[in-house]
Write a protein that binds this ligand. Structure first.
Ligand SMILES: Cc1ncc(COP(=O)(O)O)c(C=O)c1O
Length: 404
Protein backbone atom coordinates (compact mmCIF):
# COMPACT_ATOMS: atom_id res chain seq x y z
CA UNK A 1 0.00 0.00 0.00
CA UNK A 2 1.36 3.44 -0.86
CA UNK A 3 0.23 6.90 0.23
CA UNK A 4 0.22 9.37 -2.61
CA UNK A 5 -0.93 12.73 -3.86
CA UNK A 6 -3.43 12.42 -6.69
CA UNK A 7 -5.10 14.92 -8.99
CA UNK A 8 -6.77 18.09 -7.63
CA UNK A 9 -4.79 18.01 -4.37
CA UNK A 10 -6.51 14.86 -3.20
CA UNK A 11 -4.66 12.27 -1.15
CA UNK A 12 -5.36 8.62 -0.65
CA UNK A 13 -4.09 5.14 -0.11
CA UNK A 14 -3.75 3.02 -3.21
CA UNK A 15 -3.50 -0.73 -3.22
CA UNK A 16 -1.41 -2.08 -6.05
CA UNK A 17 -2.40 -5.65 -6.79
CA UNK A 18 -1.26 -8.09 -9.40
CA UNK A 19 -3.64 -10.88 -8.43
CA UNK A 20 -5.76 -12.07 -11.30
CA UNK A 21 -9.32 -10.84 -11.14
CA UNK A 22 -8.73 -8.27 -8.38
CA UNK A 23 -8.79 -4.56 -9.17
CA UNK A 24 -5.43 -3.04 -10.01
CA UNK A 25 -6.10 0.06 -7.95
CA UNK A 26 -8.36 0.42 -4.92
CA UNK A 27 -8.74 3.91 -3.49
CA UNK A 28 -9.12 4.72 0.20
CA UNK A 29 -12.26 4.03 2.23
CA UNK A 30 -14.11 7.25 1.37
CA UNK A 31 -13.39 6.89 -2.34
CA UNK A 32 -14.79 3.37 -2.35
CA UNK A 33 -18.11 4.19 -0.67
CA UNK A 34 -18.81 7.88 -1.26
CA UNK A 35 -20.75 7.32 -4.47
CA UNK A 36 -23.43 5.54 -2.39
CA UNK A 37 -24.33 8.84 -0.70
CA UNK A 38 -25.95 11.34 -3.11
CA UNK A 39 -25.72 14.19 -0.60
CA UNK A 40 -22.05 14.60 -1.59
CA UNK A 41 -23.12 15.63 -5.10
CA UNK A 42 -24.84 18.61 -3.54
CA UNK A 43 -23.01 19.73 -0.40
CA UNK A 44 -19.96 19.10 1.75
CA UNK A 45 -21.62 17.01 4.43
CA UNK A 46 -19.58 16.43 7.58
CA UNK A 47 -22.27 16.18 10.22
CA UNK A 48 -22.66 12.56 11.30
CA UNK A 49 -22.89 13.47 15.01
CA UNK A 50 -26.29 14.90 14.08
CA UNK A 51 -27.46 12.63 11.25
CA UNK A 52 -25.52 10.12 9.16
CA UNK A 53 -25.57 10.62 5.39
CA UNK A 54 -28.35 8.86 3.49
CA UNK A 55 -27.20 5.89 1.38
CA UNK A 56 -29.01 4.68 -1.73
CA UNK A 57 -29.61 1.37 0.05
CA UNK A 58 -31.42 3.07 2.91
CA UNK A 59 -33.74 4.97 0.57
CA UNK A 60 -34.39 1.77 -1.40
CA UNK A 61 -35.30 -0.04 1.83
CA UNK A 62 -37.82 2.65 2.70
CA UNK A 63 -39.26 2.38 -0.83
CA UNK A 64 -39.50 -1.39 -0.36
CA UNK A 65 -41.57 -0.88 2.79
CA UNK A 66 -43.90 1.58 1.04
CA UNK A 67 -44.17 -0.64 -2.05
CA UNK A 68 -45.27 -3.50 0.19
CA UNK A 69 -47.96 -1.36 1.80
CA UNK A 70 -49.13 -0.17 -1.57
CA UNK A 71 -49.33 -3.62 -3.14
CA UNK A 72 -50.29 -5.86 -0.19
CA UNK A 73 -51.62 -3.56 2.52
CA UNK A 74 -50.43 -5.08 5.79
CA UNK A 75 -47.39 -7.34 5.83
CA UNK A 76 -47.10 -7.90 9.57
CA UNK A 77 -45.55 -11.36 9.27
CA UNK A 78 -42.72 -9.84 7.25
CA UNK A 79 -42.52 -6.61 9.22
CA UNK A 80 -41.91 -8.32 12.56
CA UNK A 81 -38.98 -10.21 11.05
CA UNK A 82 -37.34 -6.82 10.40
CA UNK A 83 -37.17 -6.26 14.16
CA UNK A 84 -35.21 -9.51 14.50
CA UNK A 85 -32.97 -8.68 11.55
CA UNK A 86 -32.09 -5.34 13.12
CA UNK A 87 -31.54 -6.98 16.52
CA UNK A 88 -29.03 -9.34 14.88
CA UNK A 89 -27.25 -6.49 13.09
CA UNK A 90 -26.97 -4.40 16.28
CA UNK A 91 -25.58 -7.47 18.08
CA UNK A 92 -22.95 -7.87 15.33
CA UNK A 93 -22.09 -4.15 15.37
CA UNK A 94 -21.47 -4.26 19.15
CA UNK A 95 -19.85 -7.69 19.46
CA UNK A 96 -22.63 -9.28 21.48
CA UNK A 97 -25.51 -11.71 21.14
CA UNK A 98 -29.08 -11.04 20.09
CA UNK A 99 -30.51 -12.01 23.48
CA UNK A 100 -28.73 -8.99 24.98
CA UNK A 101 -30.32 -6.46 22.58
CA UNK A 102 -33.57 -4.54 23.13
CA UNK A 103 -34.71 -2.63 20.04
CA UNK A 104 -36.60 0.59 20.87
CA UNK A 105 -37.80 3.69 19.00
CA UNK A 106 -35.27 5.95 20.79
CA UNK A 107 -32.48 5.86 23.33
CA UNK A 108 -34.83 7.74 25.68
CA UNK A 109 -37.43 4.95 25.44
CA UNK A 110 -34.72 2.39 26.23
CA UNK A 111 -33.45 4.40 29.19
CA UNK A 112 -36.93 5.03 30.62
CA UNK A 113 -37.64 1.33 30.51
CA UNK A 114 -34.32 0.51 32.17
CA UNK A 115 -34.75 3.14 34.92
CA UNK A 116 -38.20 1.77 35.72
CA UNK A 117 -36.52 -1.49 36.72
CA UNK A 118 -34.67 0.24 39.62
CA UNK A 119 -36.50 0.52 42.94
CA UNK A 120 -35.01 3.75 44.27
CA UNK A 121 -37.57 4.10 47.06
CA UNK A 122 -36.50 0.91 48.87
CA UNK A 123 -33.04 0.08 47.51
CA UNK A 124 -29.96 2.16 46.82
CA UNK A 125 -30.83 5.69 45.79
CA UNK A 126 -27.86 7.40 44.22
CA UNK A 127 -27.22 7.78 40.49
CA UNK A 128 -23.65 8.93 39.82
CA UNK A 129 -23.35 10.64 36.46
CA UNK A 130 -21.38 13.50 34.87
CA UNK A 131 -21.70 17.01 33.46
CA UNK A 132 -21.02 15.63 29.96
CA UNK A 133 -24.35 13.86 29.50
CA UNK A 134 -26.95 14.33 26.80
CA UNK A 135 -30.28 15.68 28.17
CA UNK A 136 -31.81 12.22 27.65
CA UNK A 137 -29.67 10.81 30.43
CA UNK A 138 -29.64 13.90 32.65
CA UNK A 139 -33.37 14.50 32.52
CA UNK A 140 -34.40 10.85 32.87
CA UNK A 141 -32.02 10.46 35.83
CA UNK A 142 -33.52 13.51 37.53
CA UNK A 143 -37.05 12.28 36.77
CA UNK A 144 -36.17 9.33 39.03
CA UNK A 145 -35.99 11.79 41.95
CA UNK A 146 -39.81 11.57 41.91
CA UNK A 147 -39.28 7.86 42.64
CA UNK A 148 -36.77 8.34 45.45
CA UNK A 149 -33.48 8.66 43.55
CA UNK A 150 -30.71 11.19 44.18
CA UNK A 151 -28.51 12.33 41.29
CA UNK A 152 -24.87 13.43 41.60
CA UNK A 153 -23.04 14.98 38.63
CA UNK A 154 -19.26 14.82 38.43
CA UNK A 155 -18.07 17.97 36.66
CA UNK A 156 -15.67 17.60 33.77
CA UNK A 157 -12.31 19.38 34.00
CA UNK A 158 -11.66 22.64 32.14
CA UNK A 159 -10.26 20.67 29.19
CA UNK A 160 -13.56 18.68 29.10
CA UNK A 161 -11.96 15.42 30.27
CA UNK A 162 -13.39 13.51 33.21
CA UNK A 163 -11.30 12.85 36.33
CA UNK A 164 -12.13 9.23 37.10
CA UNK A 165 -10.76 9.56 40.66
CA UNK A 166 -13.52 12.12 41.32
CA UNK A 167 -16.07 9.74 39.82
CA UNK A 168 -14.88 6.91 42.06
CA UNK A 169 -14.98 9.14 45.15
CA UNK A 170 -18.69 9.83 44.55
CA UNK A 171 -19.58 6.12 44.53
CA UNK A 172 -20.66 4.82 47.94
CA UNK A 173 -22.86 2.16 49.51
CA UNK A 174 -26.00 4.03 48.51
CA UNK A 175 -25.06 4.11 44.80
CA UNK A 176 -27.51 2.25 42.57
CA UNK A 177 -26.04 3.12 39.17
CA UNK A 178 -23.07 4.79 37.48
CA UNK A 179 -24.22 6.32 34.19
CA UNK A 180 -21.63 7.87 31.87
CA UNK A 181 -21.59 9.05 28.28
CA UNK A 182 -18.80 7.60 26.14
CA UNK A 183 -18.45 10.67 23.91
CA UNK A 184 -19.87 14.07 24.86
CA UNK A 185 -22.30 15.42 22.25
CA UNK A 186 -21.28 19.02 23.02
CA UNK A 187 -17.50 18.89 22.76
CA UNK A 188 -16.49 15.41 21.55
CA UNK A 189 -14.60 14.48 24.75
CA UNK A 190 -14.32 10.72 25.10
CA UNK A 191 -14.21 8.96 28.47
CA UNK A 192 -12.34 5.73 29.14
CA UNK A 193 -15.45 3.59 29.69
CA UNK A 194 -13.45 0.42 30.32
CA UNK A 195 -12.01 2.11 33.43
CA UNK A 196 -15.46 3.42 34.43
CA UNK A 197 -16.81 -0.15 34.26
CA UNK A 198 -13.91 -1.39 36.42
CA UNK A 199 -14.50 1.37 38.97
CA UNK A 200 -18.25 0.71 39.16
CA UNK A 201 -17.77 -3.03 39.52
CA UNK A 202 -15.06 -2.61 42.17
CA UNK A 203 -17.82 -1.05 44.27
CA UNK A 204 -20.47 -3.59 43.22
CA UNK A 205 -22.41 -0.96 41.24
CA UNK A 206 -23.82 -1.54 37.73
CA UNK A 207 -22.58 0.74 34.94
CA UNK A 208 -24.59 2.23 32.09
CA UNK A 209 -22.80 3.68 29.05
CA UNK A 210 -24.43 6.12 26.63
CA UNK A 211 -22.68 5.21 23.36
CA UNK A 212 -24.87 7.22 21.01
CA UNK A 213 -21.96 9.41 19.85
CA UNK A 214 -19.51 6.53 19.42
CA UNK A 215 -21.55 3.51 18.31
CA UNK A 216 -20.88 2.79 14.65
CA UNK A 217 -18.06 5.36 14.50
CA UNK A 218 -15.55 3.17 16.34
CA UNK A 219 -15.43 -0.48 17.41
CA UNK A 220 -17.19 -1.20 20.71
CA UNK A 221 -17.23 -4.78 21.93
CA UNK A 222 -20.01 -4.90 24.51
CA UNK A 223 -19.16 -8.36 25.78
CA UNK A 224 -15.52 -7.61 26.46
CA UNK A 225 -16.31 -4.10 27.77
CA UNK A 226 -18.34 -5.74 30.52
CA UNK A 227 -20.72 -2.79 31.04
CA UNK A 228 -24.07 -3.81 32.49
CA UNK A 229 -26.08 -1.59 30.16
CA UNK A 230 -25.42 0.41 27.00
CA UNK A 231 -27.81 2.73 25.17
CA UNK A 232 -27.46 4.09 21.66
CA UNK A 233 -29.36 4.86 18.52
CA UNK A 234 -29.23 4.52 14.79
CA UNK A 235 -29.37 7.79 12.93
CA UNK A 236 -25.83 9.03 13.43
CA UNK A 237 -22.89 6.73 12.70
CA UNK A 238 -25.07 3.64 12.12
CA UNK A 239 -26.48 5.28 8.96
CA UNK A 240 -30.21 4.87 9.66
CA UNK A 241 -33.09 7.33 9.71
CA UNK A 242 -34.42 8.65 13.05
CA UNK A 243 -36.58 6.20 15.02
CA UNK A 244 -34.12 3.53 16.20
CA UNK A 245 -32.76 3.25 19.73
CA UNK A 246 -31.44 0.25 21.59
CA UNK A 247 -30.39 -1.02 24.98
CA UNK A 248 -27.74 -3.69 25.43
CA UNK A 249 -28.11 -5.66 28.65
CA UNK A 250 -25.43 -7.89 30.14
CA UNK A 251 -27.24 -10.53 32.21
CA UNK A 252 -28.78 -8.75 35.20
CA UNK A 253 -32.12 -10.52 35.01
CA UNK A 254 -33.02 -9.02 38.41
CA UNK A 255 -33.88 -5.75 36.64
CA UNK A 256 -37.55 -6.02 35.59
CA UNK A 257 -39.08 -2.89 34.04
CA UNK A 258 -42.49 -1.50 34.94
CA UNK A 259 -42.37 0.71 31.86
CA UNK A 260 -43.36 -1.95 29.33
CA UNK A 261 -45.64 -2.97 26.42
CA UNK A 262 -46.88 -6.07 24.65
CA UNK A 263 -43.71 -6.50 22.56
CA UNK A 264 -41.82 -6.99 25.84
CA UNK A 265 -43.85 -10.06 26.76
CA UNK A 266 -42.29 -13.50 26.96
CA UNK A 267 -44.85 -14.62 24.33
CA UNK A 268 -45.99 -11.61 22.32
CA UNK A 269 -48.83 -13.53 20.75
CA UNK A 270 -50.25 -14.88 24.04
CA UNK A 271 -52.20 -11.59 24.13
CA UNK A 272 -52.58 -12.05 27.89
CA UNK A 273 -54.29 -9.15 29.67
CA UNK A 274 -54.37 -10.79 33.14
CA UNK A 275 -50.66 -11.17 33.83
CA UNK A 276 -47.33 -9.42 33.39
CA UNK A 277 -44.95 -12.02 32.05
CA UNK A 278 -41.95 -10.20 30.52
CA UNK A 279 -39.36 -11.82 28.32
CA UNK A 280 -36.34 -13.19 30.17
CA UNK A 281 -33.86 -11.64 27.76
CA UNK A 282 -33.21 -8.00 26.86
CA UNK A 283 -36.46 -7.89 24.88
CA UNK A 284 -38.24 -7.22 28.19
CA UNK A 285 -37.13 -3.57 27.84
CA UNK A 286 -39.07 -3.11 24.58
CA UNK A 287 -42.56 -1.60 24.38
CA UNK A 288 -45.28 -1.35 21.78
CA UNK A 289 -45.48 -1.76 18.02
CA UNK A 290 -41.97 -1.34 16.57
CA UNK A 291 -41.12 1.56 14.21
CA UNK A 292 -41.35 -0.60 11.07
CA UNK A 293 -40.25 1.96 8.40
CA UNK A 294 -37.19 2.81 10.50
CA UNK A 295 -36.41 -0.88 10.90
CA UNK A 296 -36.29 -1.23 7.10
CA UNK A 297 -33.93 1.74 6.89
CA UNK A 298 -31.90 0.45 9.84
CA UNK A 299 -31.38 -3.01 8.40
CA UNK A 300 -30.00 -1.46 5.21
CA UNK A 301 -27.89 1.19 6.96
CA UNK A 302 -26.28 -1.06 9.57
CA UNK A 303 -25.66 -3.76 6.96
CA UNK A 304 -23.82 -1.23 4.81
CA UNK A 305 -21.70 -0.10 7.76
CA UNK A 306 -20.83 -3.70 8.62
CA UNK A 307 -19.84 -4.28 4.99
CA UNK A 308 -17.48 -1.32 5.22
CA UNK A 309 -16.27 -2.61 8.59
CA UNK A 310 -16.41 -0.48 11.74
CA UNK A 311 -12.66 -0.90 12.31
CA UNK A 312 -11.92 0.27 8.78
CA UNK A 313 -14.37 3.19 9.15
CA UNK A 314 -12.68 4.20 12.42
CA UNK A 315 -9.16 3.99 10.98
CA UNK A 316 -10.23 6.29 8.14
CA UNK A 317 -12.09 8.71 10.39
CA UNK A 318 -9.13 9.07 12.73
CA UNK A 319 -7.01 10.14 9.79
CA UNK A 320 -9.60 12.71 8.70
CA UNK A 321 -9.91 13.90 12.32
CA UNK A 322 -6.11 14.37 12.48
CA UNK A 323 -6.11 16.39 9.28
CA UNK A 324 -8.93 18.56 10.61
CA UNK A 325 -7.06 19.20 13.85
CA UNK A 326 -3.89 20.17 12.01
CA UNK A 327 -5.84 22.55 9.78
CA UNK A 328 -7.71 24.07 12.72
CA UNK A 329 -4.44 24.60 14.60
CA UNK A 330 -3.03 26.36 11.54
CA UNK A 331 -6.11 28.61 11.59
CA UNK A 332 -5.46 29.30 15.31
CA UNK A 333 -8.93 28.00 16.13
CA UNK A 334 -9.55 26.92 19.72
CA UNK A 335 -10.52 23.26 19.76
CA UNK A 336 -12.83 22.14 22.61
CA UNK A 337 -12.21 18.43 21.97
CA UNK A 338 -9.38 17.01 24.07
CA UNK A 339 -6.35 15.89 22.07
CA UNK A 340 -4.75 12.46 21.98
CA UNK A 341 -5.90 8.94 21.15
CA UNK A 342 -8.47 7.79 23.66
CA UNK A 343 -9.67 11.34 24.40
CA UNK A 344 -11.87 11.87 21.35
CA UNK A 345 -13.92 9.94 18.80
CA UNK A 346 -15.02 11.16 15.36
CA UNK A 347 -16.22 14.64 16.25
CA UNK A 348 -13.99 17.68 16.61
CA UNK A 349 -15.58 20.73 18.25
CA UNK A 350 -14.37 24.29 17.71
CA UNK A 351 -15.10 27.24 19.98
CA UNK A 352 -17.01 30.06 18.29
CA UNK A 353 -18.26 33.53 19.21
CA UNK A 354 -21.69 32.66 17.79
CA UNK A 355 -22.34 29.01 16.97
CA UNK A 356 -25.53 29.65 14.98
CA UNK A 357 -23.97 32.43 12.90
CA UNK A 358 -21.03 30.11 12.13
CA UNK A 359 -23.26 27.17 11.14
CA UNK A 360 -25.35 29.48 8.92
CA UNK A 361 -22.26 31.04 7.34
CA UNK A 362 -20.82 27.61 6.51
CA UNK A 363 -24.20 26.49 5.21
CA UNK A 364 -24.09 29.37 2.73
CA UNK A 365 -20.73 27.96 1.56
CA UNK A 366 -22.56 24.61 1.02
CA UNK A 367 -20.81 23.06 4.03
CA UNK A 368 -23.17 21.25 6.42
CA UNK A 369 -22.14 20.98 10.09
CA UNK A 370 -23.91 21.56 13.41
CA UNK A 371 -23.29 23.17 16.79
CA UNK A 372 -23.90 22.85 20.53
CA UNK A 373 -22.85 24.81 23.58
CA UNK A 374 -21.03 27.48 21.58
CA UNK A 375 -19.03 24.89 19.66
CA UNK A 376 -19.06 24.16 15.96
CA UNK A 377 -19.26 20.35 15.64
CA UNK A 378 -17.42 18.79 12.69
CA UNK A 379 -18.07 15.06 12.61
CA UNK A 380 -16.56 12.94 9.82
CA UNK A 381 -17.35 9.31 9.03
CA UNK A 382 -15.85 6.83 6.58
CA UNK A 383 -17.39 8.65 3.58
CA UNK A 384 -15.66 11.98 4.23
CA UNK A 385 -12.47 12.64 2.33
CA UNK A 386 -9.60 15.08 2.41
CA UNK A 387 -11.31 17.40 -0.04
CA UNK A 388 -14.17 17.76 2.47
CA UNK A 389 -11.57 18.77 5.06
CA UNK A 390 -10.01 21.30 2.69
CA UNK A 391 -13.43 22.78 1.90
CA UNK A 392 -14.53 23.16 5.50
CA UNK A 393 -11.18 24.64 6.53
CA UNK A 394 -11.41 27.15 3.68
CA UNK A 395 -14.96 28.07 4.74
CA UNK A 396 -13.95 28.49 8.40
CA UNK A 397 -10.98 30.61 7.32
CA UNK A 398 -13.35 32.86 5.36
CA UNK A 399 -15.51 33.32 8.48
CA UNK A 400 -12.68 33.31 11.03
CA UNK A 401 -14.11 36.46 12.63
CA UNK A 402 -16.70 34.09 14.20
CA UNK A 403 -14.00 31.99 15.91
CA UNK A 404 -13.14 32.64 19.57
C1 LIG B 1 -25.10 11.09 23.46
C2 LIG B 1 -26.56 11.04 23.11
N1 LIG B 1 -27.42 10.39 23.90
C3 LIG B 1 -28.74 10.34 23.64
C4 LIG B 1 -29.26 10.97 22.52
C5 LIG B 1 -30.75 11.03 22.28
O1 LIG B 1 -31.34 9.87 22.02
P1 LIG B 1 -32.88 9.74 21.66
O2 LIG B 1 -33.32 11.01 21.02
O3 LIG B 1 -32.93 8.56 20.76
O4 LIG B 1 -33.59 9.52 22.94
C6 LIG B 1 -28.40 11.63 21.65
C7 LIG B 1 -28.94 12.30 20.44
O5 LIG B 1 -28.36 13.14 19.85
C8 LIG B 1 -27.03 11.69 21.96
O6 LIG B 1 -26.17 12.34 21.16
Amino acid sequence: MVFCEIAHGGRGYIWLSSERGSPLLTLDTASRYRHLFPVFDRVTYINSCSQGALAYQVRAALDEYLDGMESEGALWDLWVTKQEEVRGLIARAFGTSESKVAVTPSASAALNSLMSSFDFSRGRKKIVTTSLEFPTLGQIAHAQELRGARVVHISAETDNTLDLAKLEKAIDEDTALVAVTHVCYRNGAMTDIKSVVEIGHRHGVPVLVDAYQSGGAMPIDFDSLGADFLIGGGHKYLLTTPGLGFLLVNGNSKFIPTNTGWFAARDIFAMDIFNYDPSQDARRFEGGTPPIPTLYASAAGIKLLLDVGISEAWAHTQEVHRQLREGLTALRAQVATPEGDGNHAAMIAVKTKDEHAMVNALNKERVVVSSRDGNLRISPHFYNNHQDVDRILAAIHKHRNLLV
